[in-house]
Design a protein around this ligand. Structure first.
Ligand code: SF4
Length: 355
C-alpha cells in the first residue's frame, strides 16, 4: 500500500496530460532461413498492437513473464529499436519514425536504465567519462572543468563518492554500478526515464536502496517513469498504474491498488497468486492459481485470446474471438471475455488486506 505522503507526492506531480501516447505499437522480428539469400519464413511477434498513455509525473509499471515483450516495449519507447508499425506520440509528436538529429533530440528527453549494470558500462572507461558521455554526444559542457564539476554533482546526487571520478566500473559494487547507470541516464535531465528491470540483477539488500534513489529522483526532477519488472511486489511500491503484458499484448492496465486488490484478468490473478506472502498465517489461506504449460512461442501465438491455452476460465469463444481492452470498473481495463469476479479473488483480497 502507498503511504499518505506518497499519495500527496503523486498528486502534486502527476498531471492528467499524457507525456506519451502509444497507439497500436507493433514490433515483429523477422525469422529468416539461408545464409546468402535470407528468406523470411516468419516473424517473432514481440509486441503486437499495444496502446496506452503515460501521464506526466506518473510511474507506470510494465509486468509479465520473460518473453512477453516488456523489454522490447521499453526499447521502442526510447527508440533504441525501430517499430514495425504504430505511433509513439511524445508530447503530441510522433517519434516512431524519427531518425538522425530528430532521434538525437529525443534522446535528450527520454533515457533508459538497463537491467545489467555489469554489462551496460564500458569497462575501459572511467566512471567520469561514462557519466559525461551524454554531454559529449550532445555537444554540451565543452569546457573540461565545467563538465567534470557537473559529473561530480551527479555522482554525489546518486550516492557515489565524487572523488572516485577516475575509477573504473570493476572497482564498484553491483549497486554502485547501477547508480553510475542512473547518473548517466539523468545527466541531461530527461522528461522520461525507462527502467528495464533496474534491480533484478542486484542483491535483495541493495534493491531497496536503488528503488529509493529512483523514487527520490522522480520527485526531484518531476520525471515520468516507466518501470519494468517481473517482481510484482517491487512494482506495487513503485507504480501509480500497472500494465500487464502477455505474449506481446497488454491484457490489463489498472491503478496499482485496484490491480493488487481486485485483478480482473485471469493472467493477472495467476501472476499475483504466485507472489510470496511474508505473513505465514496468511499464506495458507491464499488460493494459488498455478498456470499450466509453458508460454507459447511468440512466433506462433495462439488464436484470439493468446492466454486461452493456459487459462483456467477459457471457453470456446476465447479461441475464436479476440477480447478487446474494456473498462471493468474501478479504473481497471482488461481484455477478457470472462473477467474474474469479486468472489473469485475474495480470498486473495482478504490476504492482501491482512498483510
Ligand atoms: Fe481466459 Fe477467455 Fe479471458 Fe482469455 S478471454 S483470459 S481465455 S477467460
Amino acid at each position: 500500500m502507498t503511504t499518505l505522503d506518497e499519495r500527496v507526492d503523486a498528486a502534486r506531480f502527476t498531471t492528467d496530460e499524457p507525456l506519451i501516447r502509444v497507439r497500436n505499437l507493433v514490433k515483429h522480428f523477422p525469422i529468416t532461413r539461408g545464409i546468402i539469400f535470407q528468406r523470411k519464413i516468419g516473424a517473432v511477434q514481440a509486441v503486437d498492437g499495444i496502446s496506452f498513455d503515460v501521464k506526466r509525473g506518473e510511474t507506470l509499471g510494465l509486468v509479465g513473464e520473460t518473453g512477453c515483450g516488456k523489454s522490447t516495449t521499453a526499447r521502442l519507447l526510447v527508440r533504441l529499436l525501430d517499430p514495425t508499425g504504430g505511433e509513439i506520440l511524445f508530447e503530441g509528436e510522433d517519434i516512431a519514425k524519427r531518425k538522425g538529429d530528430g532521434l538525437r533530440a529525443l534522446h535528450r528527453e527520454a533515457q533508459m536504465i538497463f537491467q545489467d549494470p555489469y554489462s551496460s558500462l564500458n569497462p575501459r572507461k572511467t566512471v567520469g567519462s561514462i557519466i559525461a558521455e551524454p554531454f559529449a554526444i550532445h555537444g554540451m559542457l565543452k569546457e573540461k572543468g565545467a563538465r567534470k564539476q557537473r559529473v561530480q554533482e551527479l555522482m554525489d546526487r546518486v550516492g557515489l563518492n565524487p572523488e572516485h571520478y577516475n575509477r573504473y566500473p570493476h572497482e564498484f559494487s553491483g549497486g554502485q554500478r547501477q547508480r553510475i547507470g542512473v547518473a548517466r541516464a539523468i545527466a541531461l535531465e530527461p522528461k522520461l526515464l525507462v527502467a528495464d528491470e533496474p534491480v533484478s540483477a542486484l542483491d535483495v539488500s541493495i534493491q531497496a536502496q536503488v528503488l529509493n534513489l529512483l523514487r527520490g529522483l522522480q520527485r526531484e526532477l518531476n520525471l515520468t517513469l516507466i518501470f519494468i519488472a517481473h517482481d510484482l511486489s517491487v512494482v506495487r511500491h513503485m507504480c501509480d498504474r500497472v500494465a500487464v503484458m502477455y505474449l506481446g499484448k497488454i491484457v490489463e492496465i489498472s491503478p496499482a491498488d485496484s490491480l493488487y486488490g481486485f485483478p480482473r484478468h485471469p493472467y493477472t490473478g495467476a501472476l499475483l497468486s504466485a507472489v510470496p506472502v511474508p505473513n505465514p498465517t496468511a499464506s495458507h489461506r491464499r488460493s494459488r492459481q498455478l498456470l499450466s504449460g509453458d508460454v507459447p512461442s511468440p512466433a506462433n501465438p495462439p488464436s484470439a485470446c493468446r492466454f486461452h491455452t493456459r487459462c483456467p476460465k477459457a471457453q470456446e469463444v476465447c479461441s475464436v474471438e479476440e477480447p478487446t481492452l474494456e473498462e471493468k470498473g474501478g479504473g481497471s481495463i482488461a481484455a477478457c471475455h470472462f473477467p474474474l469476479s469479486r468472489d473469485e479473488v475474495r480470498r486473495e483480497v482478504e490476504v492482501t488486506a491482512g498483510e
